[in-house]
Each structure stands twice: as structure tokens, then as C-alpha cells.
Design a protein around this ligand. Sequence first.
Ligand code: BUP
Length: 456
Amino acid sequence: SDTSQPHIALFPSAGMGHLVPFLRLASMLLSHNCRVTLITTKCTVSVAESTHISFFLSTHPEIKHIEFQVPPMQPSNTATDDPFFIQFEATSRSAHLIHPSIASSSPPLSAIFSDLVVASGVNKVAVGLGIPNYVVSTTSVNFLSLMAYLPILTSDAAKLTGSTEIEIPGLTPLPISSIPPPFFNPDHPFTGSILSNARALPYCKGILMNTFDCFEPETLSAINNKRALSNLPPILPIGPLEICELKKDEGRYLPWLNNQPAESVVFVIFGSRTAMSKDQIKELRDGLEKSEYRFLWVLKTKKVDKDDKEDLEDLIGCSFLQRTKNRGMVLKEWVNQQDILAHPAIGGFVNHCGWNSVMEAAQRGIPVLAWPQHGDQRANAEVLEKAGLGIWDRTWGWCGQRLVKQDEIQKKISELMTDEKLKSRAKKVGEEARKATGNGGSSKKTITETIESLKQ
Ligand code: BUP
């Protein structure tokens, strides 16, 4: 076989937040002259995942596709009914079963790049095949360090309950309020999947991350210089992952956006997995209206897209739509977020801080009003604020913890849209992000060296 062309298998786990960075990585590897095999689970949780996989494969016919049938799990665990968490656990438990499907790859694989949620099972397979497994972590280094430390944290209950902060030796302490609530419950499938795979991290060859050197400089250097979490393999920042062509949406907003002044529109969207309560949606609606800014708002009421059938007018009312029809647009459908963020009319981004969204905003230098909802999002919001890309109000809590009132929302949106310092800091972040991925940039060097090391 041609050893100058590495063959890499990519194995993402459930949810668009995990799929999107893997698709971007796949297209980046192709542009570096690698062969790529994409492993996806036979059934995806959301429709968005399956349509994006089909579209991506149809536009990249050179990619080999393996569909992995995840054995169904007994619904024994009652700690959650979140289908994404259930799928994480099922995939995590059965990841080692991928062995026969990839052992016969032709040409043979040079490496596997796998999601953290399948790291443990994939490590075993990689050892058997005599190839390295790199974990692709789809979050901030800040949150990764918490996951890496979780086995120690959960072995000593006092560490999680005794104080207002979590101290990971060598790193800035994390406020307890940023620890995702499931981590306090060892029986939660999210916690279980993270725990077993975090233990496997030291045995991976490296951790590829969608971030860049100067976005999280302190955490990165503490880990890579072995001052913290010294058992981890090198963290390899290769982001912001280049935007690749994803499936186009209907683009109904485009003619409208094209008619708005530069940097005048607030773009509001909370990722693919947040279901906001109807009361919270109403407060957000009124806060948006009171702010008097132009807005593009993408609304969701269910965790899984195919369950989201509610009528827009029933949710927010005809009169609101009528009153704001000249300065706002509300959509209840999948939109192409990366393209919208690139539109010159967008001036601010109200977002949950899923890590892909943070990196997409960083790449464009768009200021963010962070409104974290679940999981890693509060830890991500801390990073974003420290980097100068955004602002947030920590008292807003987790999704559903309390009702955030319209006046609070209005105030923060005004701050987002008028703070000139924030705007210029965010622009600077954008320049640094583009420098990192440009020729000679840190992220570009890191991915190039990683690929080089796989050529023998
Ligand atoms: Br919703 C939505 N269009 O309508 P995150 C999302 N996206 O392009 P999440 C769209 O999906 P996790 C839409 O640009 C980003 O690349 C968005 O990932 C895109 O959040 C991705 O931002 C969503 O990481 O995932 O979906 O909550 O919880 O896993 O972080």
C-alpha cells in the first residue's frame, strides 16, 4: 500500500455537536491527501444527523463509509430519558465491536480518530491492530480537564460536595456551579460514559481539539508542559476546524438578511439539543422585542428534532410576529449556522456555548452573549469570556433552573450590541483564530505534523 497516504478512520458519537467537527476533520484530512473511512452508528438519534451524513458522503464519494450497528441496551437506567445520553452509553459500551469492520480495511488503517465517548473501546481495537488511536475532543480544554479529572473527583465524594470550587492541581479552580449536574450522580449514563472513557485517555496517542493556542493558553500549556494532569497524552489544538460545506438549508432568511445594515442583527440560537420551556421562550421573545434590535431567532422546543412539531404562531403569538415583522425573523427549522455567522449583517450572537458554536463565533470574531444550558456549556462560557469573545450572566443558571426575565435579557442584549470594547476584542480573537489556521499558523502546523507522523 501507499504509505505516503495515511488512511484514517473517524468515529464520532451521537448528536450534531459531535458529528459536525468530525465531518470538518474528514474534509480537512482529504485536503491533506489522506484516505478517510467514516464510521457512523446505524441509527442516528436526530434527523439532522442522518441528512448531514448522507449529504456529506454524497459530496465526498472518496470516503469509505462503515455503518456500525449499536446493539440495543436494556432500558434499565432511570437516571435520564435523554435519547442522546442513552445513545452515548450504548455506543460507549459496544465500541470495541467495531473491530471486525475495520480490521479488514484496505489499505490498512494508519490511525483511528475517535470521539472521547468511544475512546476506551476503540483503544483496545487500536492496540489489536497495532495503530494509534487519537481522541477527538469536541469541547473546550477547560471542560476536557474536568472530564480527565472526573475519576479522581468521583472517588472522593468530599471533593464534589465540600466546597464552592473544584481544584484540579495545576489549573485554575472551576466553580462548582459550572460542573454539569449529572456529574453529581454516578448512576447517570452521561457520567458513566465519561468516567470509563476518561480512564482510557492516558492510553491514547494524543487528543485532537477544536481550539487554538491563544484561545485557552494557560490550561493548554499547563497540561502540555505536565504541570497539570500529567498522565494525559499531548493535547493537539487544530482549530477552529475549517468550515466545510454542510447541507444547505432553504435560506428563507437570506433575502431579509441581505437587506439589513452591517452588524445590526442579533442571531439567537441554542444548538441542536436544547429544549427551552415555553415560559422561557416568552421571556426571551419579550426581551428581544424590548431591546429594539433586529434579530434572527431560531427556536426549538424539543431535544430531538423529529419530536418538534409545535406551531410557531402557537408558541410566540401572531401579534409578536406582526409587530416585529420588519425587524425580526423567527424560524423553527434547521439553518446553516456557519453561513449565517459569516453574513455581514450579523452583529451579535446569543448562544448556548456548544463548543462548535463558540469556535464558529471565534473564527468570525462575532461577540457572544453566552447563555449556557447544559453539560460543558458553563465551562465553555468561562473560556469564551476570558478570551474576550463574549459576556454572560452567571446567575441565569442551567436550563430550567430559574426563569430568566425579559428585562435581564433585554439588558444583556443591549450590552452585547453596544459594547465597543467587546466588539474590538472579539474582532481580535477572529484575527488570531484565522492566523492559527492559516499558513504557518499553530493549528495548521499541528495537524500537518500529526498527519506526517502517520506516514511511514
Ligand atoms: Br441548531 C443548529 N444549524 O440549526 P454545538 C446547529 N447548527 O448549523 P450542540 C446548524 O450544529 P453539543 C442549526 O453551527 C454547530 O456546528 C452549529 O454544535 C450547527 O451545540 C452544530 O454548537 C451544533 O456544539 O451540541 O448542538 O448543543 O451539546 O454536543 O455541544
